[in-house]
Design a protein around this ligand. Structure first.
Ligand SMILES: *[C@@H]1O[C@H](CO)[C@@H](O)[C@H](O)[C@H]1NC(C)=O
Ligand SMILES: *[C@@H]1O[C@H](CO)[C@@H](O)[C@H](O)[C@H]1NC(C)=O
Ligand SMILES: *[C@@H]1O[C@H](CO)[C@@H](O)[C@H](O)[C@H]1NC(C)=O
Length: 305
């Protein structure tokens, strides 16, 4: 996969025609952090510094397989020791969005990292919208350019046991519009996030790529905990988001579930037809589905009626 992309980049540099000879590769991505499940891969007792076990996309699977990436057993490999994603109430935290652990600071002392998710270096002038760059960014981050990136989100469940997490108690608390894009990505934490139980919370990262290939989803698990909490008000039960582009009164008010789409069962969002730009509707983490950018603390405590 990576060789494919490097080869493509060399071709680009040489000015060869990309349109004729595109390798059939897609960069699949996830948010890497030492608090994630299956960081070390899915071979018991083996630490795989070159693991892509967490990045395979989820498409047309049964819920028992797609939920927390059970398809390859990811959810059976909790993070080691006391590794949590620390969520500072009112602050922000950082993850590394990448195609492989090797391309993060969690492997090889970060020697294979770059600003981008796949360890390579790309020109910043992609915004000129040259056809070849569109193809390139499709391959890397499943989008034609940053403004088209679908957005990603973190959600939290106030349960320490991953098996107790449900779509209703896993509440989206932070969204970053126009991601995935670069490797280092930060998310804001609501000031009013209450503390987690003693064993921590379970968090999840989600992404629904829009265009540039298979319309799949990503659903990754983490152990997380809130620091500096002052609020004790629990989050509300989450409701599915609904398509509400151009009509905010139609959006789901209050706490929202993550986006579950294009699976055999367990979907919570249905869309059909075209969006206002004339593209096939794809449910994103942005206002088309009623998600604000940044932390969503206020709506997290609002109950849906
Ligand atoms: C990472 O850095 C440490 C300290 O500089 C060094 O001891 C270690 O060998 C390095 N590991 C790798 C895989 O390069
Ligand atoms: C991003 O790509 C879309 C679709 O090709 C295009 O309409 C838009 O102008 C592009 N935006 C930028 C900033 O290049
Ligand atoms: C906006 O959504 C509301 C609630 O679903 C609906 O009653 C209304 O007709 C919609 N308005 C427009 C202009 O579509």
């Amino acid at each position: 996969m990576y060789a494919g992309i490097s080869t493509l980049y060399l071709l680009l540099g040489a000015g060869a025609s990309l349109w004729l000879n595109i390798p059939n590769v897609n960069a699949h991505l996830t948010a890497w952090h030492k608090g994630m499940y299956c960081l070390d891969g899915v071979d018991p007792g083996v630490v795989d510094y070159n693991s892509a076990a967490a990045v395979t996309p989820l498409y047309q699977l049964t819920k028992s397989d797609w939920w927390f990436h059970h398809i390859n057993g990811c959810d059976n490999f909790p993070p080691a020791g006391k590794n949590f994603v620390e969520l500072p109430a009112g602050g922000s935290f950082i993850v590394e969005i990448a195609s492989n652990r090797a391309k993060t600071s969690l492997s090889y002392n970060g020697s294979e990292t770059s600003d981008w998710p796949d360890g390579n270096t790309y020109p910043e002038d992609y915004v000129r919208n040259i056809g070849q760059y569109i193809y390139l960014f499709c391959l890397i981050v499943h989008t034609q350019n940053q403004s088209m990136a679908a957005g990603t989100a973190f959600a939290i469940s106030y349960n320490s046991d991953i098996h107790q997490v449900t779509a209703e108690n896993l509440v989206v608390f932070s969204v970053r519009y126009n991601t995935p894009w670069k490797r280092i990505t930060s998310y804001d934490v609501p000031a009013a996030m209450p503390a987690c139980p003693a064993g921590g919370c379970i968090c999840a990262w989600g992404w629904v790529p829009n265009g540039c290939g298979e319309p799949n989803i990503y659903h990754m698990a983490y152990k997380c905990r809130v620091s500096g909490a002052t609020s004790t008000t629990p989050l509300a039960a989450a409701k599915p988001p609904v398509w509400c582009e151009g009509n905010q009164t139609a959006c789901t008010k209050g706490a929202k579930q993550m986006i579950y789409w294009n699976q055999n069962d367990g979907n919570n969002v249905e869309v059909d037809g075209y969006d206002l730009e004339g593209s096939h509707k794809s449910p994103p983490y942005n206002m088309k589905l009623g998600f604000q950018d940044g932390e969503s603390g206020r709506s997290n405590r609002e109950h849906n009626s």
